[in-house]
Design a protein around this ligand. Structure first.
Ligand SMILES: [Zn+2]
Length: 539
């Protein structure tokens, strides 16, 4: 073997291949015959000289964050409210994320490739128990654990283990071994025990115009999605495209999701067929080698495996704390934060839950009693089908629901804002970076109340809360269930790109941002608690 070549690591090989390609391009125009030399050089290195993807590092921060978040603003008179300080909330958040990490380390679901605070599983139960303990420690006497159980026909299907393996072939260069794309995340589907092996076909955006020229029958289709902010925003176009590919005869769909680093992404379905998401750097590798294979006239094959299980007969709980009002105890301001999460879930919804715990300590104080009663709900959440936190709260607490003047839903509230950076990973994939503030927060006012909108404006002035402009009536997530039950809902919700990914780690959360949201929400609750009902809900 060439002694120089043995010294080359992947990165250098990639550089060499690039140099060879560039030289080849230049030489091509002037020197016929250089093409053969280029082909020979590429054949010497594995996988066309493309740098191999980095694998999956579950707890790694996938963005650059060298500079701190902007400090929280503490208005006059609030300095004594230590329970709302960022450091205290951050400690709680670390505890909450710890329940997720335990779920991974203990292999709560299969091999621990999917983890979280999963409703119906011990991680979900521990999280709710912990919040209930915080409610009691805050001095709130009325803390209720409200049990929820699966109906006989209900259940949730979760993936236990899986693999997306690109099959190595000497045609891709000497030493091209199999490559496992570790960021792969199954969304649904069934694969026989021996696995599913098929050639890959790249379909780009998978629009009708593109697919008119591509035959996907019997192949694994690879499509690409580039989220603009929240991954949810590409659910509508990308999910149906995957379904369309399966209907056209593809045996499976791989969706490259161009997000930071190399993360698993548990979002965007394909109508129950076999589909997996791939993270950014796995996607970069796959697109590059498919390009080279197309040039070389060769085909890349992949083997997919997936083992799933349907879980039924599960149970969970909502933790509900009631702080009685001083003069209008049968009227309620309800604050909801869901406790469940996929992966570490620091932003969805660890931050909202940490703020809820801080609010419990604040309103548990004897000197913080308000006119109306305050109800704090740590919801079992909405990820585990058949175990709805908000749905159960509504059905189990008709008196509170009837007397609610406003429901406040805290859902993804303090994640740092990230944008594409002006730098690349060693493999050429673009890096991402944080700025000094939180990701934009939607302030959804379901009834369009001008009074509530005015409070949002005052919140921006008092605390620097990064609410988006433009009033809107958004009440998605948990808010949808409460709105349908007839309650006016205020939703504070970020649409962060890291949502439902393994990259949503503790370091993605702004500690001052937690404090900003806690102080704003405390202010908002107090103003609402003493406002006339007709102002809160003008209808
Ligand atoms: Zn959520």
């Amino acid at each position: 073997m060439d002694p120089i070549r043995t010294l080359l690591d992947n990165r250098l090989r990639a550089g060499l291949a690039l140099a060879v390609t560039l030289l080849g391009t230049v030489a091509c125009a002037e020197t016929p015959g250089a093409e053969a030399g280029e082909a020979a050089a590429l054949a010497d290195v594995p996988w066309f000289g493309v740098m191999l993807p980095p694998g999956l590092t579950p707890d790694a921060l996938q963005v650059i964050s060298d500079r701190p978040a902007a400090p929280a603003v503490v208005p006059q008179g609030e300095a004594g409210w230590r329970e709302l300080e960022g450091a205290a909330l951050q400690r709680d958040l670390a505890t909450i994320v710890g329940f997720s990490r335990e779920s991974r380390e203990t292999g709560e679901v299969g091999q621990g490739m999917l983890w979280g605070r999963i409703t119906g599983f011990p991680s979900g139960r521990k999280t709710i128990d912990w919040v209930a303990a915080q409610f009691r420690a805050a001095g709130i006497a009325d803390v209720r654990m409200q049990e929820i159980s699966h109906a006989p026909d209900a259940g949730i299907t979760l993936p236990l283990s899986w693999e997306v393996r690109l099959l190595g072939d000497a045609a891709f260069g000497d030493g091209s071994q199999d490559v496992v794309l570790e960021s792969a995340m199954p969304l649904s589907g069934e694969i026989p025990a021996e696995g599913l092996t098929a050639p890959l076909v790249y379909v780009g955006g998978a629009s009708t115009a593109e697919l008119a020229h591509v035959d996907v029958r019997g192949k694994i289709a690879v499509q690409k999605a580039v989220p603009q902010g929240h991954t949810v925003f590409v659910r509508d176009p990308v999910g149906p495209r995957a379904t369309d590919l399966l209907e056209r005869g593809a045996v499976a769909v791989l969706t490259v999701i161009a997000l930071p680093g190399n993360m698993r992404v548990r979002d965007i379905g394909c109508g129950g067929g076999t589909c997996f998401n791939l993270g950014g750097q796995d996607g970069r590798f796959l697109e590059a080698v498919l390009g080279h294979a197309a040039e070389a006239g060769s085909e890349i094959r992949a083997r997919l495996t997936l083992e799933s299980q349907r879980f039924s007969g599960l149970s969970a709980a909502n933790a509900v704390a009631v702080v009685p009002g001083t003069s209008r105890a049968d009227e309620y301001v309800v604050v909801n934060a869901h406790a469940d999460a996929w992966f570490d879930g620091a932003g969805d919804n660890g931050d909202g839950l940490a703020v809820l715990a801080g609010l419990a300590r604040h309103f548990g104080r004897a000197d913080m009693r308000q006119e109306r009663s305050i109800v704090l709900v740590a919801s079992a959440g909405h990820h585990s089908s058949g175990l709805s936190g908000p749905g159960s709260f509504v059905s189990m607490n008709p008196d509170i629901v009837a007397g609610t003047v406003l429901l406040i839903n805290l859902e993804h509230t303090a994640e740092r804002h990230i944008t594409p950076a002006r730098s690349d990973h060693p493999d050429g994939y673009q890096e991402w970076t944080m700025d000094a503030h939180e990701a934009p927060i939607v302030a959804g006012i379901s009834n369009g109340s001008p009074f509530l909108d005015q409070l949002v404006r005052r919140g921006i002035e008092r605390y620097g809360t990064n609410f988006v402009s433009g009033p809107n009536r958004m009440a998605s997530g948990e808010g949808g269930t409460y709105t349908r039950a007839g309650m006016p809902v205020f939703t504070a919700m970020q649409g962060s790109p890291m949502y439902h990914t393994t990259g949503e780690v503790l370091e993605m959360i702004s500690t001052p941002g937690l404090e900003r949201m806690a102080r704003f929400t405390a202010f908002f609750i107090k103003e609402v608690s003493r406002a006339p009902a007709g102002q809160i809900d003008p209808q």
